[in-house]
Structure formats: structure tokens, C-alpha cells
Design a protein around this ligand. Sequence first.
Ligand SMILES: C[S@@+](CC[C@H](N)C(=O)[O-])C[C@H]1O[C@@H](n2cnc3c(N)ncnc32)[C@H](O)[C@@H]1O
Length: 275
Amino acid sequence: MGEGATPPEAPPRELLLTGPEVTLTIPLYARALDYRSRHPILGDRKADEIVRSVDFDFQRLYRSGNRGVLVVRARQLDDWAREFLRRNPRSTVLHLGCGLDSRVERLEPPAEALWIDVDLPDVILVRRRFYRETPQHRMVPGSLDETGWLDGVPTDRPVLMIADGVLMYLTPASANALLEGIAGRFPTGAFIFDVMNSGAIQRGNEQLGGPNGDVLRWGVDDLAELDRAHPRLRRTGTLSLFAARFLPLRYRVLFTLTVATPSLRSAIRLVRYEF
Ligand SMILES: C[S@@+](CC[C@H](N)C(=O)[O-])C[C@H]1O[C@@H](n2cnc3c(N)ncnc32)[C@H](O)[C@@H]1O
């Protein structure tokens, strides 16, 4: 190194996130623990690498009961996404509220697909420490409260929108405008995401609520209402997370009562819409 040259800066180890952004640590940690477990459901090595490489008290927000549910949610959405990409290799994938999720690496999309990870600017800044952008994989800083980030996204092909643990952080008006805004721009496509009912939103806010108030804002009790609000979308998949097929037996036993109680069964549901 020449005289006066400064050594390259090591990437910061701290994960300095606040607001809804910090919630990305919950599923990230769940995936890392799953990777370390004897029988992983998702087997996400990248999550483990990221968790090991940063200074953050992951236990702060994490509840041990979350692991199976969060990882199964990711696995089911991966499955639906793979199916879509098999049928539509030349598509645009909008991975909304991507956090530090390695879904793009888990799925290895076809070369003709364009994958776009979107999250708030502070998250994309951190994400760039762990992921490299390529012509087929972009990382876009933006708020899902508006659709300006969609400008410049190719809309001449089918779209797959994936939102894993994300839309409940938006207001009902923003969430509906987002679904409407994306469906209005693309010729065909599918939306896959999870919704929480109002009971789950309330319990979630009791766990996550900080000095700035509630972070979870969009609860859906009646999916038929969501269907009616979006006549262009056709619901082609509905699944209670507590009855998902990837749930290991021990969780199924644990959730026997949950599944038998309608308000708990619908606490977190995965849905797929097509248009
Ligand atoms: C629970 S985390 C889920 C992260 C990721 N999907 C995963 O499974 O690891 C919620 C994510 O939504 C993002 N988010 C919340 N509100 C947002 C908004 N208005 N615009 C964009 N992203 C938002 C957060 O920054 C965070 O990354």
C-alpha cells in the first residue's frame, strides 16, 4: 500500500436499524436457527452467515415460538414462487419488503427473469453489504406507501409479487393502493403474501410496539372483503399457516387447538391471487 493510502474499510458489524425496518431481524434469525437445527425446513445458510457476521441482539424481538411458523411461511411462498417461475420464466419478480432475505439465491430464478428486491432505504443500504446487484437482480430503495419505485420497472411481462411478512406494516389504504397499482401496470401476474387478522395484529403490536406506537396496521379478518375490493384479482390459494404442509409434526401437535379455533386458525394466512 502506498504512503498515505487508507486501508479499505471493513464493513460495519453493527446493524443500525430502527422503526419497522428492525423487524427484518425476526424472520432472519428464525431462518438462521432453522439452518442450525437438526432437521431444517428451509436450510437457509445465508441467513446463518448474516446473523453470525453482525452485532445485534437478535433475541430482543424474537420469540422462540416464532421459528417454525416464520420458516414455514417462507418455504410455502418459495414453493408458490418456484411454480410461477416454472410457468413464466420471462417475468418480473417484485420481492417487496425483502429485508435481508436470500430468497433470490434460494430460488435461483431463470436467466430471463428480472428480480427486484424492494425495501426502505436504510434496509437496502445494509442489504448491499451481503448481496451483489446484477442486471437480473436489482435492489431498489423505496417505500411501499407509494408506487414511485415502480417507475423504470419493465411492465411488459408477467409479474410475480412476493411479500413475506410485509403488507401488515402498511395502512389498509396503502396496502390496497399497492395491490391495485401493481395489478394495473402488468398484463398478467400473481401476488403471493400473508395476511394477519385483527387479533394477531393486536397481539403482534403488544410484542413489537415501541415508543412510536403500533407498527402493524393492516389486519384482514374477512378475505371475501379483500376479494371484493380487488375484482381484477382472483384468489387461487388460501392456507392457514398453522395447517401448512411443511409444518413439522411437533408443531402440528402444538397447533391442534389453534387450528380448531377459527379466529386463531385465520391469525396468519397465506394467499395467492392471480390476474
Ligand atoms: C418482518 S420484516 C420481513 C422481511 C423479509 N420479508 C423477510 O422475510 O425476511 C418486514 C419488512 O418490511 C419492510 N417494510 C415495512 N414497511 C415498509 C414500507 N412502508 N416500505 C417498504 N418496506 C417496508 C421492513 O423494512 C422489513 O424489511
